[in-house]
Design a protein around this ligand. Sequence first.
Ligand code: HEC
Length: 125
Amino acid sequence: MKKRFLRLLFLSGTLITLLTACEYDYIVPTPPPPVIENDTISFLSDIQPIFDAKCISCHSNSQKPLLTTGNSYNALMTGNYVVAESPETSSLYTKCKPGGSMAPYTSSDRLLLIFRWITAGAKND
Ligand code: HEC
């Protein structure tokens, strides 16, 4: 009797753990980072270097968006890859966050910079 109760307790514990783990993954993939007031993030010194290091090996010719220096800002804006102040609806961010097809090329540090830049208004500075 006692054994059966313990087994049941163990099984339901495992089940609950598994279920909550799944739910966490699917419903909240990455909690949005806190917004930084008056963020001094800059496109030229913080974002373009990410493109140079991780993206232009593919995004420098026909692969849209074009992410090379001098072209990237216009390409992102005219192609609607970035919605100022709204990273969650910007495909530049959603493609790069965990689960997106560009996630393998985007470390969490770099993803955070992209998030901050869009949140701060996606300025060309
Ligand atoms: C190994 C090549 C490769 C690298 C490196 C790469 N990309 Fe891509 N990217 C692609 C391909 C191929 C597509 C089109 C397929 C897709 O959307 O997944 C694409 C699509 C995209 C799109 C969506 C384009 C559209 O029109 O929907 C964005 C935004 C993007 N990449 C951004 C980036 C950023 C930012 C980086 C660097 C952090 C990066 N990519 C690195 C190959 C690459």
